[in-house]
Design a protein around this ligand. Structure first.
Ligand SMILES: [Zn+2]
Length: 337
């Protein structure tokens, strides 16, 4: 059976994109967030549920669609005209299929994410990488707003990046531009999540910082998580504070060196530092990144490092903005159900 969505079949009946809204969702390894998004940002609250990734891809997809349905049902006029989906991993641009999944979303690879949402909800959808989504939101409405070239970096379980020019994503030849966590930092260094050795992600991601802290504090690293490092920063025990600060500063310096090199390559106006680990570690991490990046740039290139403004909502906002972009430019097509 074939169902047609009027707004996609008849351009004359497309919604006015200046007032249109999108239903946006950010599917992460630990939580799923969804909200209605307009051109100037969130409309209403962000709703969040646990991902429960251990239950498998089908269950995660079902929870995601259910959450988005409830957000749409509760939204006021104007109802959303499109769907924006941000998720960890990489997608085939022409189909919206997941081609490279993150370890945080088991069996996500191969999923036809865009079609699943279009069939279930009956609106045109776009999918994009979650860090790209964050970068678009920060570049247009957050810490990069009003800047020409913005390099956004997310430090969490992994490290990702996004380059935006006047708020538009620079995608690269395969849609993967900005994967700066896998820039080589040490020859024959620590093992990275990508399978190679020596990537900066293996030195500056949340788990890498936790492992470095555990080694200094002589604790079994399998029992130490980033929150332990954050707590140790304000511990009454001086040796714990010192280990936390040392691990955090070393990671920040590693990332800063790499970002200085990237800045020399793309000459950004601003570097926006976000992601759960970077925001939780605060000034110690940010200052280390800032200082190391400044040491590596050639004048007059700027290594102005600022923290992200939109926090954890950035992924949702960026997905909504891209869905609205597509609504304004996409050729009308049919949704097959
Ligand atoms: Zn790597």
């Amino acid at each position: 059976m074939e169902a047609c969505v009027r707004n996609r079949d008849h351009p004359a009946h497309r919604p006015d994109v200046r007032v249109a809204t999108a239903a946006a969702i950010d599917i992460g390894g630990t939580k799923i967030a969804a909200a209605i998004v307009a051109r100037d940002g969130l409309v209403g609250d962000v709703r969040v549920v646990a991902t429960d990734a251990v239950n498998g891809a089908t269950e995660v997809l079902s929870r995601s669609i259910g959450l988005l349905r409830s957000v749409i049902a509760e939204s006021d006029v104007p109802k959303p005209s499109a769907i924006g989906i941000a998720s960890g991993g990489w997608f085939e641009q022409s189909t919206g299929r997941v081609v490279v999944a993150t370890d945080l979303l088991p069996r996500w690879s191969g999923l036809d994410l865009r079609s699943e949402f279009e069939r279930a909800i009956g609106l045109p959808a776009v999918v994009l990488n979650d860090v790209h989504s964050m970068g678009i939101a920060e570049g247009r409405l957050g810490a990069g707003s009003g800047r020409h070239v913005c390099l956004s970096v997310a430090v969490g379980t992994g490290i990702g990046g996004a380059i935006t020019v006047d708020g538009r994503l620079f995608e690269g030849a395969h849609g993967m531009a900005g994967a700066l966590g896998h820039i080589p930092f040490r020859t024959e260094g620590a093992r990275c999540s990508c399978g190679r050795r020596g990537c900066v992600e293996a030195y500056a991601s949340g788990p890498a910082i936790a492992a470095s802290f555990a080694k200094c504090a002589r604790r079994r690293d399998s029992h130490v998580v980033l929150l332990d490092v954050v707590n140790a920063m304000i511990s009454s025990e001086e040796p714990m504070r010192e280990c936390a600060r040392r691990a955090t500063a070393a990671a920040g310096a590693a990332l800063g060196r790499v970002l200085g090199g990237v800045a020399n390559t793309i000459d950004p106006d601003v570097i926006v530092l976000g992601g759960g680990a970077a925001l939780a570690l605060g000034d110690v991490f940010t200052e280390a990144v800032r200082s190391a990046a400044a040491d590596c740039v050639i004048q007059p290139i700027s290594a102005s490092v600022v923290t992200a403004h939109l926090g954890t909502a950035a992924g949702v906002v960026g997905a909504g903005l891209v869905a609205l972009d597509a609504l304004a430019t996409r050729e009308p097509t049919k949704i097959v159900s």
